[in-house]
Ligand binder design. Structure first.
Ligand SMILES: C[S@@+](CC[C@H](N)C(=O)[O-])C[C@H]1O[C@@H](n2cnc3c(N)ncnc32)[C@H](O)[C@@H]1O
Length: 275
């Protein structure tokens, strides 16, 4: 059972004690008023608790309904992905630190429809596996996934190996280093360690984590700008967050002809398409 917080203790213990104290003081003045006053006050208090509990259960019901709907649509997206991609080993967990199934479906839809040969990803994980499975199904293409944490790079490589995706996926350990963009120093992947394609058709941005610095994902577009051509698309996860929205605005300002679109997915996403 959930522990009560300070306010709840104050209400549940403090109010009856207060009423009891009032009854005691009243008893000193006139015994006849004690019982009716105490019964009335306790009645009001219990009625208040009941109203509060009812409001709480209604709010909880509403939240559960919203959560269930959200979870159901994520399960639907996941079923769709499994049905189409038919992985031969269990996939790693989605949501939380990893991308949500609805973004993974958006990525898969894009790859299966537009058949990009050159995909790059900033941060690795379940998204890398999904991209690899799509390319495997197409029978062509390659994704280079930049990962700053050696442990996660190795973890993703193991999944890639287990699923037989080595021909389509390359996970590169690229520590975060300083890059100067328009005179400002940013920490981003050391992408020079990777053999990045001259033309990037799809860039998936889900790192570095926001704890690295403000607008940590911003460098992705300015640093790789020369590799985007007409039709190239950038998909950035966590689009509902303030920093990512600001990053998307900056990308658009710096690339006025590109089409920027917000995708209303579980965590929100930004799509920037070069024309
Ligand atoms: C948002 S996660 C990337 C997730 C990846 N795109 C996916 O869909 O699985 C960004 C970075 O966090 C790190 N990371 C991944 N899982 C983590 C975890 N469970 N706890 C802490 N850091 C994690 C990795 O270094 C990863 O590159």
């Amino acid at each position: 059972m959930a522990r009560m917080n300070g306010r709840q203790w104050l209400v549940v213990v403090g109010v009856p004690v207060l009423i009891g104290g009032l009854g005691f003081l009243l008893g000193e003045v006139d015994q006849r008023y004690v019982l009716p006053t105490l019964i009335t006050l306790m009645g009001i208090f219990l009625a208040g608790l009941l109203v509060e509990a009812r409001g709480l259960s209604i709010r909880l019901f509403g939240r559960t309904l919203v959560d269930n709907r959200a979870t159901f649509s994520q399960v639907e997206a996941l079923i769709g992905l499994f049905w189409v991609l038919k992985p031969t080993a269990p996939l790693p967990a989605t949501r939380g630190w990893a991308s949500s199934p609805d973004l993974l479906r958006e990525i898969a839809d894009h790859i299966l429809r537009e058949k990009p040969a050159h995909v790059v990803e900033a941060s690795s994980g379940v998204s890398t596996v999904i991209i690899g499975l799509c390319l495997q199904q197409l029978g062509r293409g390659k994704v280079v996934s930049l990962e700053h944490e050696p442990t996660y790079a190795e973890r993703t490589r193991n999944m890639v190996r287990q699923l037989g995706l080595d021909d389509f996926v390359s996970v590169v350990h690229a520590p975060l280093v300083e890059h100067r963009i328009n005179g400002v120093v940013h920490r981003w992947y050391d992408h020079r360690r990777a053999d990045l394609p001259a033309r990037i058709e799809l860039l998936v941005v889900d790192g570095p984590p926001e704890s690295v610095q403000d607008q940590a994902r911003y460098p992705a577009v300015p640093l790789l700008r020369d590799r985007f051509t007409a039709g190239s698309r950038v998909l950035m996860d966590d689009g509902s967050r303030a920093h990512e929205s600001r990053i998307a605005e900056r990308w658009k300002q710096e690339n006025p002809t590109a089409q920027l679109e917000f995708l209303p997915l579980e965590a929100g996403a930004w799509s920037l398409r070069f024309v």
